[in-house]
Design a binder for this molecule. Structure first.
Ligand SMILES: Nc1ncnc2c1ncn2[C@@H]1O[C@H](COP(=O)(O)OP(=O)(O)O)[C@@H](O)[C@H]1O
Ligand SMILES: [Mg+2]
Length: 212
C-alpha cells in the first residue's frame, strides 16, 4: 500500500496542442485535506478528472490509494467520491430520489441504504425537503446534496471540485466541515477552488488553508 492517498508525478495533459496541465507533481498524505489552488484555467479540474480515472494523462503518472489511474481506473473509481464542478445531480428527480439513485450507482449494500440516506439528508439539512424537486433547490442546497451523494459509499478519498463556489457566503466552510464530522474521521479529502486575493497560487504547493 502506498503511503500517499494521492501521488502525482510530472503530470501533463494536452488537448491537441494546448497544454492544460503542465508538469504537475504533488503528494497528499492519508487523512490530509489538500487545497488545490489556482486561477481559472490553471488545470485544476482537468487534474481532478485524471485522478478520478475519467481522463487519461498525456504523460507522467498519477496514483490514487496506490492505484495507477492510467491502468487501474475501474478500481480507482471504487476508492473515490467525486463532486464535479457542475454537479451530476438529476434536476427532475426529488432530493430523495437522487440519493437513492446514487446509492445504486455506487453499489451501497441494500441494507445500508436507508441509514446512509438519513445521514445525507441530515448532513445536508434537507430532511424537510426530501420530496422537493432538485431543480427548485438554490445552489448552496444543491451543493450540499451533491456532496452527500458523493459520500454515500463512504469512499476513502474524496475529490471536491469547487465545493464552495455555490454556497452562501456565511457557510463557506461547510463542505469541508461536513467531511470533518464524526463518522468521517481519518478519511482524506481533496478540494479545490480558484485562489482568492492574497493567496499563493500554484498546484500542489502544500497549501492547506483549511488544515486544522
Ligand atoms: N476537453 C477539453 N478540450 C480542450 N480544452 C480543454 C478541455 N478541458 C479543459 N480544457 C482547457 O484546459 C484549461 C484548464 O481547464 P480546467 O482544468 O477546467 O481549469 P481550472 O479547473 O483550473 O479552471 C482551460 O484552458 C480549458 O479551457
Ligand atoms: Mg475547474
Amino acid at each position: 500500500m502506498s503511503e500517499f492517498a494521492v501521488e502525482v508525478r510530472d503530470l501533463v495533459k494536452r488537448f491537441g496542442d494546448f497544454v492544460a496541465v503542465d508538469n504537475v507533481s504533488f503528494q497528499v498524505g492519508k487523512g490530509e485535506i489538500f487545497g488545490f489552488l489556482g486561477p481559472n484555467g490553471a488545470g485544476k479540474s482537468t487534474t481532478i478528472r485524471i485522478l478520478c480515472g475519467l481522463l487519461t494523462p498525456t504523460s507522467g503518472s498519477a496514483f490514487v490509494n496506490g492505484l495507477d489511474v492510467a491502468t487501474d481506473a475501474e478500481r480507482v473509481r471504487t476508492n473515490i467520491g467525486y463532486m464535479s464542478q457542475k454537479f451530476s445531480l438529476y434536476d427532475d428527480l426529488e432530493v430523495e430520489e437522487n440519493i437513492d439513485f446514487f446509492s445504486g450507482i455506487y453499489g451501497v449494500p441494500r441494507h445500508l441504504r436507508e441509514e446512509r440516506k438519513q445521514y445525507v439528508l441530515k448532513m445536508a439539512g434537507l430532511e424537510d425537503r426530501r420530496h422537493a424537486m432538485t431543480r427548485v433547490l438554490a445552489g448552496g442546497w444543491k451543493q450540499r446534496l451533491a456532496l452527500g451523494c458523493a459520500i454515500l459509499h463512504q469512499p476513502p478519498i474524496l475529490f471536491l471540485d469547487e465545493p464552495t463556489s455555490g454556497v452562501d457566503p456565511i457557510a463557506p466552510r461547510e463542505p469541508e466541515g461536513s467531511y470533518r464530522r464524526p463518522g468521517n474521521t481519518g478519511r482524506g479529502g481533496f478540494w479545490q477552488r480558484p485562489s482568492r486575493h492574497g493567496e499563493r497560487s500554484s498546484a500542489g504547493d502544500g497549501a492547506n488553508p483549511k488544515r486544522s
